[in-house]
Design a protein around this ligand. Structure first.
Ligand SMILES: N[C@@H](CCC(=O)N[C@@H](CS)C(=O)NCC(=O)O)C(=O)O
Length: 215
């Protein structure tokens, strides 16, 4: 069966290039696995979609053997199958799983709060009080990540699904100044997103947005 990934037909400008199907598309591109995007309407997903993704979000994934949701789980699953995404030895794979979860649970958890403050709840009174602490939390994590990375090209030396996930999280800070204070993280993000597989994944996400732009 063809690998299928759910994605949106169109999203508003601020979300274009950031919808989380990008993570799965990128992993599949790195692994050289062809796939089909099942495009759904963000405003009208249809009741049946919740059978595939219980929270009615994207991405969801299926390949004939498994049916999954959660971008992190899907990327970890793919890393287990493809050397392009993780070493084949158990210890190496354990490190990759660790970094995928670190990206999501130790860094994105803070970065997502900044998105809530600056984008989804922009201008609301409570955001003024909350924002400084969120910035402090992100800054601490970036410093720690920068210290870990040092002058390595990737988190574990070679590119893995851990870098893929970390780069998609760090990209969420692109509209802030926070990342540019860490030259090695800035260069790391550029290195990850310069990969041809990332560019193909990005093009594939953006193409339907151009074709389905509301009149
Ligand atoms: N934890 C989920 C989050 C998925 C998610 O937030 N999807 C967003 C797009 S990036 C979505 O579908 N939002 C629309 C909605 O919630 O209705 C994952 O990583 O897969």
């Amino acid at each position: 069966m063809t690998v299928e990934v759910s994605a949106y037909k169109w999203v508003p400008d601020f979300a274009q290039g950031f919808v989380r199907d990008l993570r799965v598309r990128w992993a599949l591109e790195e692994a050289g696995v062809p796939y089909r995007a099942d495009l759904i309407d963000v405003m009208n997903k249809g009741a049946a979609y919740s059978d595939w993704q219980p929270f009615a979000q994207v991405p969801a994934y299926r390949d004939g053997e498994v049916e999954m949701f959660e971008s992190g789980a899907i990327v970890i699953y793919l890393a287990g199958k493809h050397e392009a995404l993780a070493p084949r030895d158990g210890a190496g794979q354990a490190r990759v799983i660790t970094w995928v979860l670190a990206a999501l649970n130790s860094i994105e958890i803070h970065v997502a709060q900044l998105g809530a403050i600056d984008v989804f709840h922009a201008g609301e009174a409570w955001t003024k009080e909350r924002r400084p602490q969120v910035i402090a939390d992100i800054t601490q994590r970036l410093q720690q990540l920068s210290d870990w990375l040092g002058d390595k090209p990737y988190l574990e030396g070679r590119f893995t699904a851990g870098d893929l996930m970390m780069a998609t999280v760090l990209r969420e800070l692109d509209r802030t100044e926070l990342l540019s204070k860490y030259a090695n993280l800035d260069a790391y993000l550029d290195r990850c997103t310069a990969r041809p597989a990332f560019k193909r994944a990005m093009d594939a996400q953006l193409q339907p947005f151009r074709e389905n732009e509301p009149a």
